[in-house]
Structure formats: structure tokens, C-alpha cells
Design a binder for this molecule. Structure first.
Ligand SMILES: [Zn+2]
Length: 258
């Protein structure tokens, strides 16, 4: 069986993400990696195809987190123009939530049209993005750190926003907001208890999610049930810091990866 090649792309993820370190951590498991740099530059698609992708990404934004985006509509031109600026890095947009499955479709088509020879099962494509992506489950959208599949999408914004912070943090924050007070001091008090934007812990934690994408490709299993394994599906920041940050796979997962 030919060796799997994992192609790593960026779409303006957190500046503290070190892709070379993520690649090195994956190579420990015997795969080849290719650090392709910015996805849209690497694919070298023409302006028309890029604008079409921008328009489809703009349409994949979630206007209401309580309604699933069952179909995407053509966006109004200024939204596509703004999305083009996000693609080129001219604008930074951390606020919007995208329907992750639509984003995955758009990017899959772009990759398979541009790199047909790399669309087979010997290649896994992973895109590290700064976009916040979510999936609709249990009556509303939930932000995600990783969307498995090919391309797998790993969001550095999702790493900050998706796993929940301690319960009492939200409780105190709610009280501060209601009484019109500043919440910055609270963030200071809880510093180290969750991952922040451009946190130095980003690379190590994201490496575990990249391994998750590889694990899914090899085994078809999404997550590990063992709460001490770095492939565990962490719902809390506390768990991310305990198992994804500087984490290792459990013996069973290691067996599959090797
Ligand atoms: Zn495991």
C-alpha cells in the first residue's frame, strides 16, 4: 500500500500556529507531509473560480444559529467581495460562523478541480483556517475545532470558541455584562484555564486535532472514548488543556496509527 501523503494548507489561521511543527508531529506516525502554504495561492485558481468560491463561502455563513442552512443562496455582491478580501488576507474576519459542511464542500470541489491527481485515497488534505465553522446539531449550530473527512478542516478560532470554558466563568461573566461592567479582569483571572486567540499553546493542541483527522482517515473512527487520549472529543477547555495540549494517543489508538 503506498504511503499516505498529508497535504497541509492554511487559510489565515492563528498567527501562533506553526505548521512545520504540526507536520513534524504527524510524520512521527509514518506519513509523508507536504506543507503547501496558503490554500488559494497553492491551487492557483483563476480569478473567476476564486470569486465563485468566495461567493459560495459567503453564502455558507450562518445568519441564524437556530436554523440549519439547508441550501445556500447566491450572496449579494458585497458579501462575496468581502469574502475575497478574507481569502487574500486583506481583511480579518473572526466574527462570522460558517456552516462547516458547506465550507467543506466548497473547498473539496476547489481542491479536486485543481489537483485531480491528488484526489485519490493516497492523499489526505487538511486545511487550517481562522474561520469559525460549525455544524447544526440538537436544535442549533455548535462551533467545531475539527471537521473530519477530506479536506479535514481545523479551525484555530474553533479551538478558542468551541470547547466550553468553566461553568462559573460564564456565570460571573453574565453577571458582569448585566451590570454593565468590564469583563477583561475576569479573563485575566481565568488566564491559563482556556486557550485564547494566538495562544502559544495553539500549535500543540492543534497537532492533536490534525492527528484526529489522520486517525479518522486510517480507521474510520471519529474520536476515542478514552478521556486520557489526545483523540478524545473534548467538550471543555479543561479537557483540551489536559489531553490535546501536549497529549499523546492511548495504546489502542497508537496501535491503529502505527
Ligand atoms: Zn485513544
Amino acid at each position: 500500500m503506498p504511503r499516505l501523503t498529508v497535504c497541509l494548507y492554511t487559510d489565515h489561521p492563528s498567527e501562533s500556529l506553526d505548521i512545520k511543527a504540526v507536520a513534524a508531529s504527524l510524520e512521527e506516525y509514518g506519513v509523508r507531509t507536504e506543507n503547501c502554504g496558503n490554500l488559494f495561492e497553492y491551487l492557483g485558481v483563476n480569478h473567476e473560480a476564486l470569486y465563485e468560491a468566495a461567493a459560495r463561502l459567503a453564502s455558507a455563513r450562518v445568519p441564524d444559529i437556530e436554523s440549519p442552512l439547508d441550501e445556500i443562496h447566491p450572496p449579494v455582491p458585497h458579501e462575496a467581495d468581502f469574502e475575497m478580501k478574507l481569502i487574500t488576507g486583506e481583511e480579518k474576519g473572526r466574527g462570522a460562523l460558517y456552516d462547516g459542511l458547506w465550507v467543506q464542500r466548497v473547498l473539496r470541489k476547489l481542491i479536486s478541480d485543481s489537483l485531480p491527481e491528488e484526489s485519490g485515497s493516497d492523499f489526505l488534505h487538511i486545511i487550517f483556517t481562522g474561520r469559525l465553522v460549525g455544524t447544526f446539531e440538537a436544535r442549533r449550530y455548535h462551533a467545531r475545532v475539527v471537521l473530519l473527512g477530506s479536506p479535514a478542516i481545523i479551525s484555530t478560532s474553533g479551538l478558542v470558541e468551541a470547547p466550553a470554558r468553566p461553568r462559573e466563568y460564564y456565570f460571573i461573566k453574565g453577571g458582569l455584562i448585566r451590570s454593565g461592567r468590564d469583563t477583561r479582569e475576569l479573563d485575566e483571572m481565568y488566564r491559563g484555564k482556556f486557550i485564547e486567540y494566538d495562544d502559544p499553546k495553539t500549535t500543540s493542541a492543534i497537532s492533536s486535532y490534525a492527528l484526529q483527522a489522520l486517525f479518522y482517515e486510517l480507521s474510520g473512527d471519529a474520536f476515542c472514548e478514552n478521556p486520557e487520549c489526545c483523540l478524545f472529543n473534548s467538550h471543555w477547555q479543561e479537557d483540551v488543556l489536559r489531553v490535546q495540549y501536549e497529549g499523546k494517543p492511548c495504546a489502542r489508538c497508537l496501535e491503529i496509527l502505527r
